[in-house]
Design a protein around this ligand. Structure first.
Ligand code: UDP
Length: 293
């Protein structure tokens, strides 16, 4: 990477900041771009539900702008897609060939459909303009620097455990996810960028768990004396999710290395260094500024 310049959008967010670290370690010159709505200068979302128009615009118009920039600069572009493009999947585990089961007009559609559009416009730039494009479909990822109140399940549970609050499990907790530690994800993305593979590739950890079991693991890890309270399942919340990573293994020689117990241990160690109450209040105050209509 020495002598190469890399632009990372969303550089102040969770994954963006870890990607910057990796490119810097590889000797690249890194330019970070971020509007700091959900990012933080020190280091993103339920967030997307609070800012639905921005979510749609960044996935569609934002991607269009960056594809135009990549074309003008003759650069290679890797776009961060998501397992959300599979929606509430009817195929399990999900292979890249699956077209998905997405509700376009539900609240979650602002994210899912923007990301589907993102993939479509990226492939069009690749096919029509010959742009060098890569598409990573990122499955649930966790690790240090997640925002405490981004609405995702892991920071929610860890924050609740450390503040001595009850755990909020949505629905009956039988829905599944497959959590990937951030270092593994970054390695997969890095390899994809350097590959010559233009079709979408799943990067995630196939180790699937129910949210109820996940809550139990975090109780055990933190030693928290908390109860579980059950709340309504969000609209269109996928019932199950697990990546089929056969393609990543084949074209990238990649598979995850950090198991959940190790990844959770490292993540908890990070959150323990933070003043939870202060941070929680600060995050809310900072974010609330941006959601007034
Ligand atoms: N979830 C939960 N309690 C919380 C936050 C999330 O039970 O406080 C559930 C959520 O309904 C979903 C799963 O945990 O079934 C993962 O949610 P997350 O927002 O982390 O990721 P996504 O739904 O985008 O996969």
């Amino acid at each position: 990477m020495t002598g190469k310049r890399v632009l990372v959008t969303g550089a102040a967010g969770f994954l963006g900041s870890h990607l910057c670290d990796r490119f810097i370690a590889e000797g690249a010159e890194v330019i970070g771009m971020d509007n700091l709505i959900t990012g933080d200068l020190k280091n993103i979302p339920i967030d997307y539900l609070k800012i639905p128009i921005q979510t749609l615009k960044v996935g569609s118009l934002g991607t269009h702008n960056l594809l135009g920039l990549a074309k003008a600069k003759n650069a290679r572009i890797l776009v961060a897609s998501t397992s959300e493009i599979y929606g509430d999947p009817e195929e399990h585990p999900q292979k890249e060939t699956y077209w998905g089961h997405v509700n376009p007009i539900g609240p979650r559609g602002v994210y899912d459909e923007a990301k589907r559009f993102q993939e479509a416009i990226t492939m069009a730039y690749h096919r029509f303009h010959g742009l060098e494009t890569r598409i990573v479909r990122i499955f649930n990822t966790y690790g240090p620097r997640m925002r405490l109140n981004d609405g995702r399940v892991l920071p929610a549970f860890i924050g609740q455990a450390l503040r001595g609050e009850n755990f909020t499990v949505f629905g009956d907790g039988s829905q599944t996810r497959s959590f990937c530690y951030v270092d593994d994800l970054v390695e997969g993305i890095y390899r994809l960028l350097l590959s010559d593979f233009a079709e979408p590739v799943n990067v995630g950890n196939p180790d699937e768990i129910t949210i109820r079991e996940f809550a139990d693991e975090i109780v055990e890890l933190t030693g928290a004396k908390t109860k579980i309270i059950y709340e309504d399942l969000p609209h269109d919340d996928p019932k199950k999710r697990r990546p089929d990573i056969t393609l990543a293994k084949k074209v990238l020689g990649w598979e995850p290395k950090v198991d959940r117990s190790e990844g959770l241990r490292r993540t908890l160690a990070y959150f323990k260094t933070l003043d939870m109450d202060e941070l929680y209040k600060k995050e809310h105050k900072h974010f609330d500024k941006f959601i007034k209509r």
